[in-house]
Structures are given as C-alpha cells and as structure tokens.
Design a protein around this ligand. Structure first.
Ligand code: HEC
Length: 151
C-alpha cells in the first residue's frame, strides 16, 4: 500500500501530542489557504459531511451492515472533486496529496467492506483514514479573503 509509510509517520507524530501539549501562540502557525468566503463555506460543509460519514460507517460496523459501510466510504472518497474548480490553483500541492491519500484509504476501506467484511481489517483502514484527516488539520487552516480584496 503506497501511503502506509506516510500514514504510520503521521500516526507516530500524532500519538505523543496527548501527553505533551504544544506551546500556544496568538497566531495560528498552520499554513493558511486563502479562499473566498463561499469556497471556505463549501469546504467546511464537506468537512462536516465527513463526520456524518464516520457516523454511518460506525453504525454500519455496529450493525454488521457492510453495504452501508461501503456506500458511505465510496461517497466520502472523492471529496476533492466536489470542491469548487476555482479553488484548484490556490490549494497547495501537499493539501491535494493528502486528499488523494485519504481517497485511496477510503476506497480500500470500501473494498474490504465489499469483499471480506472483516471488521478488524476495516477498523485498520479507518485508523489510516483518520491519520489523513488529522495530518491535514495539523498542517493547514483556511482563511477567507478580506472584503476589500474581493472582486
Ligand atoms: C486535505 C486536507 C483535509 C483533509 C484530508 C481533511 N480535512 Fe477537515 N479541514 C481541513 C481544513 C483546512 C479545515 C479548516 C481548519 C481551520 O481553518 O481551522 C478543516 C475543518 C474541518 C472541520 C471543521 C468544520 C467546520 O464547520 O468548522 C471538521 C469537522 C473536519 N475538518 C473534519 C474532517 C474529517 C472527519 C476528515 C477526515 C475524514 C477531514 N476533515 C479531512 C482540511 C482537511
């Protein structure tokens, strides 16, 4: 699996943060991605949809409903394609790469649900999926263009 190493690295970086909180500053040190307010709202909407997706996946696992698990993961996977075309030139390459890795990981999860239906294996994919969620959140933040910069 091509992104396994990256996922493990993200996971390794994520684990100690519970034990030791970073120093907080008045400024957010994450890299800003500047979007129009509409693009930002749409991106945040897609993010909230991810949480609904996680709910469905967990519900499917709890009820042994692998069709729900697979359908949800397949719907979540192409989120990059749902973002506005106008954002493409302003989203950093790394943002796109993490989004692609997330998509591949969700597709692998869907394939497991469709074939083996092995809950433990699916939880493994889910853990990998979450490393991409938090990897991106740890790196980037969104900021809307100030009113006077808008055309
Ligand atoms: C490619 C980057 C990327 C990926 C992958 C990603 N996010 Fe986000 N997400 C962001 C950014 C950037 C923000 C805005 C953070 C900020 O401005 O503080 C955000 C915000 C959010 C929010 C807040 C929404 C709101 O209305 O304020 C939620 C919830 C969220 N993400 C959930 C998820 C979940 C769950 C996943 C994984 C399934 C995920 N995200 C994957 C980039 C990403």
């Amino acid at each position: 699996m091509p992104h396994r190493a990256a996922a493990l690295l993200l996971l390794a970086l994520a684990v100690p943060s519970f034990a030791q909180a970073p120093a907080f500053h008045q400024t957010d040190k994450r890299l800003p991605i500047t979007l129009t307010p509409v693009e930002r709202n749409q991106t945040l909407y897609e993010m909230r949809e991810f949480l609904h997706g996680f709910h469905n996946i967990h519900l499917g696992l709890a009820n042994g409903d692998m069709r729900l698990v697979a359908l949800t993961a397949r719907t979540m996977a192409p989120f990059l394609d749902r973002l506005p075309e106008s954002m493409r030139e302003r989203t950093p390459e790394e943002f796109v790469q993490i989004a692609i890795a997330l998509r591949e990981s969700l597709e692998a999860l869907a394939r497991s649900a469709e074939t083996s239906g092995d809950v433990q294996e699916i939880h493994g994919h889910l853990a990998e999926v979450v490393t991409y969620c938090s990897g991106c959140h740890d790196t980037f933040r969104l900021q809307a263009t100030p009113p006077r910069a808008r055309r």
